[in-house]
Design a protein around this ligand. Structure first.
Ligand SMILES: Cc1cc2nc3c(=O)[nH]c(=O)nc-3n(C[C@H](O)[C@H](O)[C@H](O)COP(=O)(O)O)c2cc1C
Length: 138
């Protein structure tokens, strides 16, 4: 099955901007789950998220064998709650990788910035409490 990409709405983008560290969930091929806080999660366009790998171990192992990711977008200042799922492409060289290194090292000069995860957004669900919680919205 070929999954299509979906584009976040303005409300979802506004929610995204309120978050300082995102819970980033992956799973091994066998389905063993893993979730970690990640600060460098950047929306580069409405369909694409960049995640910088500085210190990842299990997340990286999971992405190599099962290139899929889920995050949720919620914090005390967030309007709404969104769960985002996507396919990941791992880059360790090339112009996009170099750009990520530059951005990360501008904030943290000694950051390893050893990998770039390019997430193509495939599905969005609402996680706001109420009767529509869990519904797929994109
Ligand atoms: C607030 C916060 C922000 C973080 N941001 C990042 C980040 O942008 N990139 C990164 O690789 N690790 C980041 N980390 C560290 C990872 O969460 C940590 O290395 C984690 O152990 C990775 O787990 P894993 O081995 O299961 O992948 C951050 C941690 C915290 C607490």
């Amino acid at each position: 099955m070929v999954s299509t990409m979906v584009a976040l709405t303005d409300e979802m983008i506004a929610a995204f901007e309120t978050i300082k560290a995102f819970p980033v969930a992956t799973a091994s091929k066998e389905g063993w789950p893993n979730v970690v806080p990640i600060g460098f999660v950047e929306l580069v366009d409405k369909e694409t998220i960049w995640i910088a790998d500085n210190f990842m171990k299990k997340t990286l192992d999971n992405i190599r064998e099962n290139p899929k990711i889920a995050i949720y977008v919620w914090g005390p200042e967030t309007k709404g709650c969104y769960q985002i799922k996507g396919d990941v492409e791992l880059k360790t060289k090339g112009p996009e990788f170099a750009k990520m290194q530059e951005t990360v090292r501008a904030k943290m000069s000694k950051a390893p910035a050893k990998g770039l995860m390019i997430v193509k957004i495939r599905e969005v669900y609402t996680c706001a409490p109420g009767p529509t919680a869990g519904d797929r919205i994109l």
